[in-house]
Design a protein around this ligand. Structure first.
Ligand code: FPP
Length: 242
């Protein structure tokens, strides 16, 4: 167990998993080998989240921009996702993990969408941990699709016009793909990059950020616990004076 000050456990931790390619290159291997090892890190983080009482763990597995990577890497990554889901789902289900995929699912293939639906359906009533995989996701895309659906509601429901026009931030939250999911308390990015890379732009407005030089395939239990300890010492004020 991590040595956490005041038991300050974040409800939702999100991971920008970066550095798989470099990890593989350092070992003279193909980039996909790094992604393969990266799945082991996801597994270690899921176990740690359950042990430490984190309720939501999300991982940025594939961005809208990642579609522009070489085709063979895209195909290999999608294949890896299907394989990882098929291999892990029974165990995740037994351990009370609810599994979700969020993102632009229209761009995913039929096989992957079918596997995702099966996994989400199988685990939908689990309550120990929610594991969210952001797939074909970007923050700007999410805000745009939310704005489109908001505008469509305005047109389709003239009787709700005043309610929609005056709704606050929480009202708009419901149009994002993360509706119903608490905003991330902690966002971790590995591999020494200090960027948000079009990730949870709206939802990360008041997140704490933790950057580490560790490459994602090396980010395991000890590294996750270290991040949780750092988080527990942060003073969150949400723009107010304490
Ligand atoms: C970034 O490293 C990593 C990715 C774009 C893919 C991450 C995906 C996984 C680890 C698979 C997860 C699977 C499941 C089922 C959740 P990079 O390739 O950008 O590394 P680099 O910056 O060193 O090139």
């Amino acid at each position: 167990m991590a040595d956490l000050k005041n038991d300050k456990i974040p409800v939702h931790v999100s991971m920008i998993m970066d550095g798989n390619g470099r990890w593989a290159k350092e070992r003279g291997k193909e980039r996909v080998y790094g992604h393969f090892e990266g799945v082991e890190s996801v597994r270690a983080c899921v176990e740690t989240a359950v042990e430490e009482g984190v309720r939501y763990l999300s991982v940025f597995a594939f961005s809208e921009e990642n579609w522009n990577r070489p085709q063979d890497e895209v195909v290999a990554l999608m294949g890896l996702m299907v394989k990882a889901m098929a291999a892990e789902m029974e165990k995740l289900n037994r351990n009370g993990v609810r599994f979700m995929v969020l993102g632009n699912r229209e761009r995913l293939g039929d096989d992957l969408n079918r596997t995702i639906d099966e996994c989400m359906d199988m685990t939908k009533d689990n309550e120990t941990l929610t594991l969210i995989v952001f797939l074909s996701y970007s923050g700007k895309w999410d805000i745009l699709q939310a704005a489109r659906r908001y505008a469509a509601d305005m047109i389709a429901h003239p009787e709700k016009r005043e309610e929609l026009e005056t709704m606050g931030v929480e009202g708009f939250d419901k149009y994002l793909v993360t509706a119903g999911i608490p905003d991330p308390d902690l966002i971790i990015r590995t591999s020494g990059e200090h960027r948000i890379s079009n990730y949870l732009l709206w939802q990360g407005a008041y997140s704490e950020y933790f950057f580490t030089d560790v490459l994602w395939p090396d980010f395991r239990k000890q590294e996750f616990r270290q991040a949780l300890e750092t988080y527990s010492k942060r003073d969150r004020r949400f723009g107010k004076v304490k």
